[in-house]
Design a protein around this ligand. Structure first.
Ligand SMILES: CC(=O)SCCNC(=O)CCNC(=O)[C@H](O)C(C)(C)COP(=O)(O)OP(=O)(O)OC[C@H]1O[C@@H](n2cnc3c(N)ncnc32)[C@H](O)[C@@H]1OP(=O)(O)O
Ligand SMILES: CC(=O)C(=O)O
Length: 561
């Protein structure tokens, strides 16, 4: 069976990857694409190399009508995909030539049209309030009319699986009406998303056997099986798969385009994208999440930022020997990357791999590795968390290396001490106060006493909160003496209160994200007092800058998620 197109050519006539992000994806609660968004999404999907882009329902949504107008007026120069308009068949009792919705499909200018039609007799009778014969005529008339006007037509057979289980003859009659009127293929829709893969595949095989029609599949994700159902349908014989970017869609969503493509390409050996484009998968997923204004799912199969992040020490020890031992594919094939997380679950191998990632050579420092493993476990048991704070981890590793080669003493602080290892100053003391003023303003004031470049410095500053005031006082003391510290910008500050089972020993964990012109980095602090926890994270942020001062390469030590 040769379902694939030659690499680099449009796949529209062989195996279809059909994207419906702009129609079904837009049916997700919370998504509202502008016309400009829709044009941008279409361009990105086309650059990935999908076969068809369903742009929306012209005539039903003014925005979609406008999208097709602009798309066909030259704003969308598709290189791979065929632009497709979506709509319903003519209404019952209305001649097809007089149906406004059908006219809007023709007017859209799209070369292909997907018609949604009922195939479940209960829907025909109760929702559409017509009979099976008229529904068959609605399908046939509309398909014929559109094909006579030069459109390529697909039929989405709504509720096909439920309808076929309830009344197989009617469901088949509806497919038959479409194909005999000239539809390219009929797409079997699991509209309520209630199917499971084995049963769905059996039905698809039966339809292939009974009809010989070219079939497609459209799966909603209400059982969490939309991707699995789509793949099962492909293995059972469909040659057209409808998906949406990141699984956006009505209710629980649709089959996610990215894992579907990842699986088709890497597991089923179907090269559905133009050659070289598979490595664009992760980038495209994130770009489309950005346009949808939805945070990317960091655990999304194939493309998530954490999808190839390894936490368990046993995994890391095998990965050290060969990354293939714990990765189902090379992440770079889909444009993703592997990371090793260092946490309480780590052993020596995790630390060694992380050190390499951070640009540190621990190969001749076994004691440093042992020390760091012990320290991470000790601190994480007390509420610290290093998986999102690579910069604090790096400072700790540097301290362990310095202890191992004798250039530091146990008394040199690390991240849980008063001043971070590598910080270009020593703390004598700090004080923070909170002032609720008569005019209702709440202002914090911080004073720090530091030793910097052998000088004792005292600085006081105000801020809109205690941490802001501390940061300001610290900068006031340091920047005149170490001007490069002014480049550090604090970009995010997250606080989490950690309570043990009894709820009595709450500690506060603070994560600070910082950046300068060249890199971003994350640091952590933990203490029973939120200001002290913040102080640790702030000091690590400045210490990290001190350690990397003068570097200009774009080598981020931060957690990349
Ligand atoms: C399974 C899917 O997700 S299919 C995609 C669904 N997407 C949408 O519904 C989004 C766009 N929809 C809309 O803008 C509107 O619903 C419109 C313009 C299509 C219709 O609006 P209205 O005419 O006000 O009707 P309303 O939304 O209340 O009901 C839908 C009508 O379409 C009819 N209908 C439903 N399916 C079909 C079909 N396959 N073929 C023809 N008519 C259909 C219904 O019977 C109902 O008719 P009625 O008004 O005579 O009862
Ligand atoms: C067509 C479609 O979106 C469905 O049946 O779910």
């Amino acid at each position: 069976m040769n379902r694939t197109s030659p690499a680099g050519t449009p796949q529209a006539d062989t195996f279809h990857v059909y994207d419906t992000t702009l129609r079904d994806g837009a049916q997700r609660e919370g998504i509202s694409y502008s016309v400009a968004d829709k044009l941008a999404v279409a361009r990105i999907l086309d650059s990935l190399g999908v076969g068809f882009i369903e742009g929306g329902w012209p005539g039903a949504l003014p925005k979609d009508t406008e999208f097709f107008r602009r798309a066909t007026a030259g704003e969308l120069d598709l290189r791979h995909a065929v632009l497709t308009a979506f709509g319903s068949t003519r209404r019952p009792g209305v001649p097809v030539q007089q149906d406004d919705q059908v006219a809007a499909l023709l007017d859209s200018g799209a070369p292909a049209v997907t018609l949604v039609a009922k195939s479940d007799s209960r829907h025909i009778e109760r929702a559409l309030r017509t009979d099976v014969t008229e529904n068959g005529a609605m399908i046939a008339d509309t398909v014929r009319y559109l094909t006579e006007h030069g459109k390529r037509v697909f039929l989405d057979a709504e509720h096909f699986f439920d309808g076929y289980a309830h009344d197989p003859d009617t469901a088949l009659r509806m497919l038959d009406s479409a194909v005999h009127a000239g539809a390219d293929l009929v797409c079997l829709c699991d509209t309520n998303g209630g199917q499971l893969p084995t049963a769905l595949a059996e039905t698809v095989e039966e339809i292939v056997r009974r009809t010989g029609f070219r079939l497609g599949i459209h799966c909603q994700d209400d059982t969490g099986c939309a991707v699995a159902n789509t793949l099962a349908a492909v293995q059972a014989g469909v040659t057209h798969v409808q998906c949406t970017a990141n699984g956006y869609g009505e209710r629980a969503g649709n089959a996610d385009l990215f894992p579907v493509i990842g699986n088709l390409e890497t597991k089923l050996g179907l090269p559905v994208l133009p050659e070289g484009n598979l490595s664009e998968l992760s980038r495209v997923s994130h770009a489309l999440a950005e346009i949808a204004n939805i945070a990317p799912d960091t655990h999304q199969a194939y493309v998530g930022g954490s999808t190839f992040a390894h936490k368990a020490g046993l995994h890391a020890s095998a990965i050290k020997v060969d990354p293939e031992l714990y990765n189902h594919i090379d992440p770079e094939r889909v444009g993703n990357g592997m990371r090793v997380l260092v946490t309480e679950m780590s052993g020596r191998a995790s630390l060694e791999l992380k050190a390499v990632e951070l640009g540190l050579d621990l190969s001749s420092a076994p004691d440093a590795i042992t020390g760091a493993v012990r320290r991470v476990k000790e601190l994480e048991a007390r509420g610290w968390s290093f998986e999102g704070a690579d910069a604090s981890l790096e400072l700790m590793l540097r301290r362990e290396m310095a202890l191992a080669d004798g250039s530091a003493a146990e008394t040199d602080r690390d991240t849980s001490g008063e001043v971070s290892f590598g910080a270009p100053f020593e703390l004598e003391s700090y004080r923070v106060s909170l002032d609720h003023r008569p005019d209702g303003q709440v202002v914090s004031e911080a004073t720090v006493k530091l030793h910097v470049l052998q000088e004792r410095v005292i600085a006081t500053a105000e801020g809109n909160g205690p941490v802001n005031a501390l940061d300001a006082a610290l900068r006031k003391a340091l920047v005149p003496r170490l001007p490069w510290l002014d480049e550090v910008e604090l970009v995010d500050y997250k606080v989490r209160i950690l309570t043990d089972a009894s709820g009595t020993d709450a500690v506060t964990r603070v994560l600070v994200e910082s950046r300068d012109e060249h890199r971003e980095w994350s640091t952590v602090g933990v203490h029973g007092n939120i200001v002290e926890a913040s102080w640790y994270a702030l000091c690590d942020a400045f210490a990290h800058k001190a350690v990397h001062r003068g570097e200009t390469a774009e080598v981020s030590s931060s957690n990349t998620r």
